[in-house]
Design a protein around this ligand. Sequence first.
Ligand SMILES: Nc1ncnc2c1ncn2[C@@H]1O[C@H](COP(=O)(O)OP(=O)(O)OP(=O)(O)O)[C@@H](O)[C@H]1O
Length: 217
Amino acid sequence: MTVLALHDAVATYGEVRVLGPLSLTLAPAERVALVGRSGTGKSTLLSVMYDRWRDQGAALMPQDLGLVATLSVFHNVYMGRLDRYPWWRNLLTLVRPRPADVTQVNALLTRLGLDDKLWTPCGELSGGQRQRVAVARVIHQCGGMLLADEPVSALDGPLSEVTLTALTDAYPTAVLAMHDVDLALRYCSRVIGIQDGAIAIDQPSHRLSATDLLPLY
Ligand SMILES: Nc1ncnc2c1ncn2[C@@H]1O[C@H](COP(=O)(O)OP(=O)(O)OP(=O)(O)O)[C@@H](O)[C@H]1O
């Protein structure tokens, strides 16, 4: 991956500008936390990044997860790679999953504490379980970089740590919108604080403490 850049990016809804103009660069192996008050523009910035960088391999885990409730956990995770395979392979997998795919998906689910849910429809899972399925799907996708919107907001304690470790092992280059500033400081090398659609803080994590981020909230 080369350095990625946004120059004077702007986002509007109707007549209302909610983001920018905003510029930033992202270097390979840089892990960025986006922090800031609810409604300040973090999701909007992630979607601008996804629009710009998807052709360069960016993978997105959206805040609403985008799972198919009637399909099993296996099939939802498999969907991370739908566009890699021909249509007939994907169609066959719907009816009769290949053992190699099942083994691969199951290993990921085991790491995330979900292996007993392999064939459960996603509509029958708790919020935290569904969030981990979306994490497994984006890891399975094997993109060049990760854009994730609150990937562990429904998890706590060791589960949020296990999940963030799995995500960051799979994606050395990532931008994660996070509301937990302690996790953001521990798992990310750089913190960008967003305030009213603009960058208010942009610092390496080791130079910041949770108190430094309080003015954003
Ligand atoms: N579809 C939409 N139509 C109109 N306005 C929108 C839409 N989506 C978001 N907004 C507005 O854009 C602004 C930024 O929203 P955004 O979702 O990016 O914030 P956020 O920082 O991700 O919030 P949260 O932490 O609550 O997810 C907010 O003022 C919001 O009301």
